[in-house]
Design a protein around this ligand. Structure first.
Ligand code: G3H
Ligand code: 13P
Ligand code: ZN
Length: 322
């Protein structure tokens, strides 16, 4: 007894990506796990009139519960309307690990899924991705594949080192799988410690991105690991009892450059985590007698809204495109 994302008011990513490619901007894909994060993403995207991809990892799905998520996404669509702007909203599985996980998400109302077969051999990656595409496309759900490995934590999989995408593989991968978008590895990684503290941040490998663009012109490319690791919030966390010394992310100029290229989707999770945690730490440190979650979650949610709006307006270029 599956449910279609269309009945939840969601859209798949096809038209979003076509417009982002044409307009040279990127759609934000913001990860969330709970109500406050979801409220903040929707408020920010309505206020900045940006299309948005609500992104859910397998871990987040387990945390929030698959059934709850379906109705949270439906609630998000209605909340956007209530706030006055019916922005296009996709619900996307981040780093799907197996065909079964992806199928379950399609059946539970996701409008887009990622099958991350990047840890498999090229042939196995093609086989599992193709299987997901066949099932998803039969339900008009779009599919993101991945070639190349990002260092850091991808859900339960931890890669010590990254391996850049080989541009010579992209045409065959895209043609044989039928994917709608392709995540590539050009030097970003997941999490808050992307680069070594005290050393100059190495530029992303735009040469690899350009080679991929040449081989698959006009095809939507996805950039994972795109948090800037906002230093004001890292400082706040450290000031109020945390220990995230040396946390570093992708400089915003490089993300702007990526957004203006064939990169149509930019994934941001860690920045949301940092903002939320920093503001909760600050609030509780300054108000030791508070114990009502609304007291400390409200300021955390408010700063999340500001942060997501700033991303849409100043980095991704998605503001005003809904
Ligand atoms: O790519 C990884 C995302 O940041 C999701 O992380 O599996 O801890 O929810 P998570
Ligand atoms: P960050 O850890 O840089 O936010 O990356 C998130 C991501 O790529 C989710 O798939
Ligand atoms: Zn990722």
């Amino acid at each position: 007894m599956g449910v279609s994302y269309k009945d939840l008011g969601l859209v798949n990513t096809r038209e979003m990506f076509a417009k982002a490619m044409e307009g040279k901007y990127a759609i934000p894909a913001y990860n969330f796990n709970n109500l406050e994060q979801l409220q903040a993403i929707i408020s920010a995207c309505v206020e900045s009139k940006s299309p948005v991809i609500l992104q859910v990892s397998k871990g987040a799905r387990d945390y929030a519960n698959a059934t709850m998520l379906r109705y949270m996404a439906m609630g998000a669509v209605e909340y956007a309307k209530e706030l006055g702007c019916n922005v296009p909203i996709a619900l996307h599985l981040d780093h799907g690990d197996t065909f079964e996980t992806c199928k379950s998400c399609v059946d539970f109302g996701f409008s887009s899924v990622m099958i991350d077969g990047s840890h498999h051999s090229f042939e196995e990656n093609i086989a599992v991705t193709k299987q997901v595409v066949e099932y998803a496309h039969a339900h008009d759900v779009t599919v993101e594949g991945e070639l190349g490995i990002l260092a850091g934590i991808e859900d339960e999989v931890v890669a010590e080192v990254s391996s850049y995408t080989d541009p010579d593989q992209v045409v065959e991968f895209v043609e044989r799988t039928g994917v709608d978008s392709l995540a590539i590895s050009i030097g970003t990684s997941h999490g808050a410690f992307k680069f070594k503290a005290g050393e100059p941040v190495p530029p992303l490998r735009f040469d690899i991105l350009e080679e991929c663009e040449k081989r698959i012109p006009g095809f939507p490319i996805v950039l994972h690991g795109a948090s800037s690791v906002l230093q004001d919030y890292v400082t706040m966390i450290n000031q109020y009892g945390g220990d995230l010394k040396g946390a570093l992310g992708v400089p915003e100029e490089q993300l702007r450059k990526a957004a203006a290229s064939s990169v149509c989707k930019i994934n941001i999770d860690s920045d949301g985590r940092l903002v939320f945690t920093a503001k909760i730490r600050e609030h509780l440190a300054n108000n030791p007698d508070h114990f009502d979650p609304r007291q400390y979650l409200k300021p955390a949610r408010a700063d999340l809204v500001k942060m997501y709006k700033a991303k849409n307006e100043n980095v991704l270029g998605s503001a005003g495109k809904a």
